[in-house]
Design a protein around this ligand. Sequence first.
Ligand code: SAM
Ligand code: SF4
Length: 329
Amino acid sequence: MYDQYKRKIEYVRISLTDRCNLRCRYCMPEEGIEKMRHEDILTFDEIIRIVRGLAALGVRKVRLTGGEPLVRRNIVELVREIHKIEGIRQIALTTNGVLLADLADELVKAGLTGVNISIDTLKAATFADITRRPVFARVEAGIEAVHEAGLRDVKFNCVPIQGVNEAELPALVEHFTHLRPWKFRFIELMPIGCAYEAGLKGIPMAEVRQTLENAFGRLRPVPAASGVCGPAAYYQAAGFRGQVGFIDAMEHKFCSSCNRVRLTAEGFLKLCLNAKTGLDLRSLLRSGISDENLRLALQQAIYHKPEEHFFKTAAYQEKDSRAMYQVGG
Ligand code: SAM
Ligand code: SF4
C-alpha cells in the first residue's frame, strides 16, 4: 500500500526480543537494563497474525531483528510459519552471528532468504572490546555456516568508530567482498541509546568512502538490485566480486523513499525509526480484534507514516527514547 506521501510500504522489520548475548558499547549498557516482561512480548501467533495483515496490504519482505533474534526460542518455527504466508517473498535476519553456526542450516531450510551479520572488526581483541564478550570465533563459525548453507543474500553491517576500528575499514571490505559476492555495509553511528554517553565518535560516510578509494581506487556505483531494498547505496571496487554499501542515517536522504515499518517486541507498530507515533497492536490483539479490523487499523496507521525522521530537526523533542536493541535497528 501507499502512505499519504505516496511511498510504497512493502517491508516490515520485526524485533523479536530486547535481549542480547552481546553488549556492544554503542547499543547496550553492561548493566542496569530494564528487560521487558515475557508476557509483554508478542507471541509467535500474534506476530503471525500481524504479518498476515501486513501481507494483505502489500508487505513483501520481513526482517527479524532484536535485540538478538537468535536468542528467541524456536525462531526456526517462526520462519517456517512466515514462509507459508501468501505474499511474503523475502524473509531476512539481522544478527550478531554468535548463534548462527548452530542455526543457519535449519533457518535456510525453513525459508530464510537473507542474513545481515553485524561485524565491526576482524580482530578478536577489538571484538571483545566493542561487544564486551570474547566470542569472535563463534561469529566466524557462524559466517562459515551461512556460506555452507548456500544462502545467497549475505550482507554485513559495520559501524565505523574513531580510534576503535578506524584502521581496519579497507581490510574488512577486502576480507568479505574480494572473493565472495557479499555486501559489506557501513552504518553511521546514530545518536541513539548509549552511543554518545559511551564517548564513541562515528566516522562520516564520506570519510569512510575516501579511505576505501585511497586503498582500492575509484568505487563504481552499482544500480539498485531487484526485490525490496533498504537505504544503502552500493559500490564496487575493480576486481572485487562483492559490493560495499553506505548507510548515511544522519541525513534525511532516504526518508523520501522509505518503504518500511517496524514492529517492536512488545507489539508497537513504529512508523518511523525515531518517532513515537505508531499503533499499539498488542492491545488490539489482546482485546480480541477481528482480522478485518486489524487490517483496517494497520492500513490507517501506515497511511499516516511521518514524512521524515528528526535526528537533525527542531522537532527532536518528538524523538523516541528507545535504543536500537529495543526497536531493532
Ligand atoms: N543484534 C543484532 C545485530 O547486532 O545485528 C540485531 C539488532 S542490532 C540493534 C541492529 C544493528 O543496529 C546492528 O548492525 C548494530 O550495529 C546497529 N546499531 C546499534 N546501535 C547503533 C547505533 N547507536 N548507531 C548505529 N548503528 C547501531
Ligand atoms: Fe546486541 Fe546487536 Fe545491540 Fe550488539 S548491536 S548489543 S549484538 S542488539
